[in-house]
Design a protein around this ligand. Sequence first.
Ligand SMILES: C[S@@+](CC[C@H](N)C(=O)[O-])C[C@H]1O[C@@H](n2cnc3c(N)ncnc32)[C@H](O)[C@@H]1O
Length: 511
Amino acid sequence: MDTIIEEGKTFSNSLVWKLQHNAYQLSGPRAWQISNNPYIARSYAWQTIATIRDWENELIKDEPLYIIEIGAGAGRFSFLYLLELKRLLPIDQPICLVISDNVDTYLEFWENHPKWKVWIEEGTLDFANYDPTRSSVCHLIKSNRTLSSPKNPIIAITNYFYAALPNDLYQFNQETLEAGYPILKSNGITAEHLEKEPKLMQEVEVSFEFRPVEQHLLYPDDPYFDDIIEEFRKAIAPNTPFLFPLEAMRTINNLKKLAQNRLMIISGDKAFHTPQELEKYCDHRPIITGQGDANVDVNGLALALYTDKLEGRSFHYPRPPRTDYKDVLFSNWVTLFGNKGAQTQDSFRSLFENGFSPLDAHKLIDKLLSGDDTFTIDQTLSFIKLSHFDPQMLFFYKSLNMKELFHSLEESTYKVQGEVMHNLAQHFFWIHSEDNEIGYLLAQGLYYALDFPLCQEILLDLITLSGESDQFRFFLGLSYKAEGRLEKAKEQFQKTLKLNPNHPLAQKHLT
Ligand SMILES: C[S@@+](CC[C@H](N)C(=O)[O-])C[C@H]1O[C@@H](n2cnc3c(N)ncnc32)[C@H](O)[C@@H]1O
């Protein structure tokens, strides 16, 4: 580790963050499991509805209520959330979900995804290339409208967004405020290498050097920032480094301006909200993922203090107790401006604070899929219902012979199994070729449940999204044949043989 790639820059100006955008752009769409499943989507939809109730008397009915998802990534959460919200909306109010990110490859992916078409046509979905750390004006691509002075309040969603934003780092050494400056070291990797290949960032060692801060006003563009740093002098023990989430605070301020002061943000992130949690658990070092992008723990206390200064309120709960489940850090909170939020707070308590939270759901799903314990089909079906029909649960069927399984079920369980497959299919949102396996398991499940039209729809979507495949074409042929549509079946078996002339069964089915 003898090459110094960078030193002397403040943390927020470090190369670590400059590479971030490149890393996302090159990696293509990805989805963080805990924030992209039907359970969290339904919880957020319920939370949204509680806030809509709080605002019900102020809503202008001939204008959409805009919901902006910030840093949406692949869009799986967006799909599941809008599906749920449309099902549950209790009043006659047009809504529009705007999915936004600042990475072009994600916007291209959304443009080409078949799941959006109907919603875009009916005006309930729009896209935006929007960076809320820089701007309070959001241009909507599909409707070609600019969202700058909306007539209705705004609801925003940030999942694992703040953790992906630049932070500064400070500590109080006795009375003296010191800033942390990252030192990036490696064995021969240079900044130019990193720009071309952000994954190399994993081989870079990041440490921090603390130096006294000289200037009086650190952030002249927002005097509250300096006030908050000063509050940490009392709030946190001396010599404890604390992250300063300046870009997350700018996001809150810009969204508040965009919403003209009537705003609710639902957030899910790896956040700590009390001085005790920050002292004990918060890690100020950046985590570098396999793709080279960085993330840090979120200083939720600083965000709450900032929200207070902007005359808003935030509802959060202490870090969940330590369990045997160490893999994922995730907590939810809600930020509210321009409303007392009686229903918002009630719903937050029952959905997140005291209820079976998205983190709880994630833990159980992970346990079932770990293979550590054996579960019967009956128990698995209950788990799938508890997950609100999460397609990743299909991995449970991976090692089973689907045909034998369906044929072995007694009538009532067979019926439930079929209904479960049908519901799982409603929630399937393809992102990359890794989802082909789930898609194929789903198609098999629907076939043995005799749900042929849905089986065919899933296979045709898979072919559109991931490209031609003899496996999918052959199974499509089987499905048409079982339905008695013999000409269509023949066509699919022929296509299978074109793709794979040695396909063992396609020839047999043609003769
Ligand atoms: C950790 S990912 C989370 C993605 C998604 N919300 C999820 O939970 O799967 C962070 C996302 O924020 C986006 N992002 C990071 N900085 C951004 C910025 N300044 N403006 C807009 N999007 C940004 C990234 O492109 C990425 O999609």
